[in-house]
Design a protein around this ligand. Sequence first.
Ligand code: HSE
Length: 435
Amino acid sequence: MKPVNVGIVGLGTVGSGTFNVLTRNAEDITRRAGREIQVTHVGARRDNPAADTSAIKVSRDVADVIADADVDVVVELIGGTTLAKELVLGAIANGKHVVTANKALIAVHGDEIFTAAQKKGVNVAFEAAVAGGIPIIKAIREGLSANRIEWVAGIINGTGNFILTEMKDKGRDFNDVLAEAQALGYAEADPTFDVEGIDAAHKLTILASIAFGIPLQFDKAYTEGISKVTPEDVRYAEELGYRIKHLGITRQTDAGVELRVHPTLVHESRLIANVNGVMNAVMAMSDAVGPTLYYGPGAGAEPTASSVVADIVDVARALTTDPDNRVPHLAFCADQLSDTPILPIDQIETAYYLRLTAKDTPGVMAKIATILSESEINIESLLQKEAEVDDGEVPIIMITRQVKEYQMNAALKKLESQDDVVGTVTRIRLEQLDG
Ligand code: HSE
């Protein structure tokens, strides 16, 4: 059978990793795909010493790859949403299958891209877009297709998890760890995407669509980063038996779909609380199988290439099947997507960690408890610490039971207006993740 010709656009960290894995494991990959897969054309503005492309055609104008009649599959690894979108739509228009690791592109323009691909009868595969080397798209889209999925929660940004872990375990400086993540090729071109949760929100948007059969709605995701997590919150959380993780959470409720990324307290006994460094983990709660957990490296050259190459193998296999009978891009058939609304953040329900500074006066605790109880907020545990400096102020740390976010917002407003409460109240959401 004729080999499948692959054109790689972008020869950065993931591009060079993909080239190297395809070359190194060519024999096994051929045995799996049923036909040879060969890279015949690379589009890159400059060479990358990490990949020896001397034996194949290299174009400085990346559009040449899309126009190359011999290329069957275009692998888009340049990132961003402008040129990448143009190239992907161009490749589809030219009847080529597309594999991409570009989460921003899929989260923001995926619906348009999939519609174009459907019309042309070509595949757009994006396993590497979510959680790097973990085959999570395949697991949810195919492995869990018997189930009603209730929620999906995960650590889906390797850079952010790497930063939180290094800060907690080694007391390292935020910017120093971020610079290392950049040097290792984990971070986005704009690292605020990592630390402010935008990258995780792109990935969560994709997970929500394949879990619940809804269109991609990145603009409705709630996003809160890790830059405001303080070492004292990390310490207090630990004293209460929790770890602070930057989670993406999407949950199907009767009212709509929760879609949120924020720092979250997770009990230390949960496996996901012990996922450290650049590792990612995604947990799915489904009605038939119950909880399942997927763990692996969330970023890096070859882990991400592992997912890219798996998609290329899938495309090679699909080349001989009827386009209408392939696995749908977003798990559910394109005409079967539901219009379940995405909930605004004040409608979500969760437990909370609260930290406030109160004046050390008699009755202050009762006042705080009254405000919370009037707002129907139950306190699960409470820690009153001794003042670190003798300034008449004490830190109070609480963990609450589940409550709607708007009720918590109202209670926090009342608390912050009290003369006995100093400054603002720190609030971090807390998830039991026990179904
Ligand atoms: N910047 C991303 C991360 C790369 O750190 O997870 C993988 O998507």
